[in-house]
Design a binder for this molecule. Structure first.
Ligand SMILES: [Zn+2]
Ligand SMILES: [Zn+2]
Length: 136
């Protein structure tokens, strides 16, 4: 097994906007630690802490719809219950749906979005570079 043998953490982000990352090889929700770890077919590993994941919630009430701002747009102070991950289930083969301790469970997070928003340093640098390029 040479799985992962070519993975070199020193190279810059391995992210590309394509379908090849759309299904994780492993998803692990650690309720005690409050983290969600996702491993991708290219060997990349994404770890979200629960509050970061909660802030990404793409549902209509958090994000708004039809031009109306959502709840998260009002920059609310999230309670510990609202940022405590209690469960995460697969939605079809394209997304993950977390359940939060306050009962919120309407956020469907597409894998592509979870990979795109990866909070690791290399992906933060990638997004910063992309924003820089877009400003030209
Ligand atoms: Zn939501
Ligand atoms: Zn990353």
């Amino acid at each position: 097994m040479r799985r992962g043998a070519n993975y070199n953490p020193a190279v810059s982000s391995s992210y590309t906007a394509g379908g090849e990352y759309l299904f994780p090889t492993r998803i692990h929700a650690d309720r005690a630690a409050g983290t969600l770890a996702i491993e991708w077919p290219d060997g990349h590993r994404t770890v979200y802490d629960a509050p970061t994941l909660r802030w990404l919630c793409p549902c209509a009430s958090c994000r708004g719809e039809a031009g109306m701002p959502g709840w998260l747009d009002s920059n609310p102070t999230l309670t510990p219950e609202q940022t405590r991950l209690v469960d995460a289930v697969l939605v079809g083969s394209y997304a993950l749906c977390p359940t939060w301790a306050d009962g919120h469970h309407t956020g469907i997070y597409p894998f592509e979005r979870l990979r795109e928003a990866c909070p690791c340093p290399e992906d933060v640098a990638r997004r910063a570079a992309a924003a820089e390029g877009g400003r030209r």
